[in-house]
Write a protein that binds this ligand. Structure first.
Ligand SMILES: [Fe+2]
Length: 303
């Protein structure tokens, strides 16, 4: 698979560098994907604890074939879509509630690295995510962040035991949004578990403990298979595009504002803003220059 993509289709192979962040920019140098640097201290222990939590959770779920592959998976958090008329928490049975709460508690330190990295590498985009959360949490007092200070409303725990995704785009995510992915093991990252980004033609070595941000709705992505007997878990976070749309429609559904006369003006402006929404959303990705300027306390954001 990998040699064919490189030789016949011009894909670029990115060797894993554990000592540095590896960032990928678009034609305007905006960083749309980044494998962030692993924390230098205690990260091995934190990953081990997270792996144990995955192992415990995994015993409660069945292996199933789905759109992204054949592995155990569970989504959790706040969502919108599939016919729902208001934002809501994904359903959990009584037995799941306690189990998932325990899982969340066990991986809290692991997820802190996702949160810190998101705000470091994508500050403008994360501001949009956080602003949305403020509006959503005001709607219902049972809504809350799943992890302290996390800008993402939901997560997916892929419990494998061999989590290998087929090529897909996560169409329910915000179209220009980002999605952090973390891999846990053990598996040999030289021979499997790579992240392939198809449109930018990248094959990225992705080792145990790595976290990478990708625009998962806009870019087709998949994994290189791992060997028999290896284990790969993955943890991803996202905010459903439907939640953003709900806010853009004045905390109503699109159907509501399209069909009710009283919202005619709101609907007209929602439609008019459509063509520029992608452009202005994508501009929220920062360049290295933006990030350096921010770190120095000034702003040189490219428009
Ligand atoms: Fe995905």
């Amino acid at each position: 698979m990998v040699p064919i993509l490189i030789t016949n289709h011009g894909y670029r192979y990115i060797t894993n560098d554990i000592g540095a962040a590896q960032a990928f920019g678009d034609v305007k140098e905006r960083i749309y994907a980044v494998k962030v640097q692993q924390p230098r201290l205690e990260w091995g222990k934190v990953c081990l604890r997270a792996e144990r939590a995955f192992e415990v959770l995994s015993a409660h779920y069945e292996l199933g074939v789905h759109r992204r592959g054949c592995f155990k998976t569970r989504n959790c958090g706040l969502t919108m879509g599939m016919g729902s008329s208001v934002p809501h928490l994904l359903a959990e049975s009584e037995s799941e509630k306690e189990m998932l709460a325990k899982f969340i508690q066990e991986i809290e330190q692991y997820v802190r690295h996702f949160t810190v990295s998101a705000r470091l590498w994508m500050p403008d985009l994360m501001k949009e995510y956080t602003d949305l959360q403020v509006k959503l949490f005001a709607l219902d007092c049972t809504f809350r962040a799943l992890f302290p200070d996390s800008p993402f409303c939901s997560f997916t725990a892929n419990m494998g035991p061999r989590t290998v995704c087929n090529g897909h785009r996560d169409f329910w995510n915000l179209v220009y949004g980002t999605c952090p992915i973390g891999a846990l093991g053990p598996f040999n990252h030289r021979t499997g578990g790579h992240i392939i980004l198809h449109e930018p033609k990248l094959i990225i070595e992705f080792r145990r403990g790595d976290v990478m941000f990708i625009p998962s709705a806009a870019v087709t992505h998949e994994n290189v298979p791992i060997a028999d007997g290896e284990t790969r878990y993955s943890f991803t976070m996202y905010t459903a595009g439907g939640l953003f749309r709900y806010a853009w429609c004045g905390m109503r559904t699109l159907k509501d504002i399209r069909e009710k006369e009283e919202f005619e003006e709101l609907y007209r402006s929602y439609v008019a803003e459509g063509p520029v929404r992608w452009e202005s959303g994508w501009r929220k990705y920062s360049t290295i220059g933006d990030l350096i300027a921010r770190a120095r306390g000034s702003s040189s954001k490219k428009k």
